[in-house]
Design a binder for this molecule. Sequence first.
Ligand code: 13P
Length: 256
Amino acid sequence: MTKRTTPIIVGNWKTTPATLDVAVKFIKQLDKKCTTSKIKLPKKAYYLAVPDIFIPTLSEISSGYIGSQNVSGISLGQETGSTIPSMLLSGGATFTLVGHSEVRARGETIDERAHKMALSLQSKLPTILCVGEHTRDKEGKYLAKLEEDVKQSLSLVKRNLFENLIIAYEPVWAIGGDTPATTHECFEVVIALRRALASIAGIDYAKRVNILYGGTVAKDNAKLFITDGGVDGLLIGRASQEITTFANIITSCHSS
Ligand code: 13P
């Protein structure tokens, strides 16, 4: 994926909805809203990271990109309960998240994350690496920690594979709450993330990586992150799990 000129709007369904039946109805209604929107949308106007078991069905019917919320970094082998990139691709996934804070909280190590990133990008599966601080300190040490996280997570990735890399900045303190980062706070981190990317791959590669913001994105703040926060798109939890809200965000972000 090269640098996009249209915003990358990614929903993260987490453990919703409860059944495939409900998921299918959601996609049909969302697509109807997108095709009848007054704002002209690109053919594929959204990304949705859904439960893996829904991917084959939803990727057949959705007008957007359907992807996974996590992937294993261990290639073919003996790991019970894991899904590897080739399986996701053959099931219809067109992208995956890696390193979401809720996956990290369940014990994902930096070493596991580095292997996930390497295998996923080698498999040509566009991969969204999620990073974000738990808390902020006045001296700004969290920025250096975020840069280090990016460097270590990408330590096994060759730079020619950066074209399929996206980074999502999701401050953990803003996820699932009611206070998002300000656009200024977001902008500062985007600069730090590009600095980290430039130090590993050079400025040309760094400039081409798309960066998203996530954490309490809502209808009223979504577009501001793109216009003022320096990001190329959004990673959205709760607001992507409600059809009208998600459709409104997609259209507002594509309006001029
Ligand atoms: P909310 O948008 O619900 O805060 O969740 C953000 C998130 O975790 C997206 O990956």
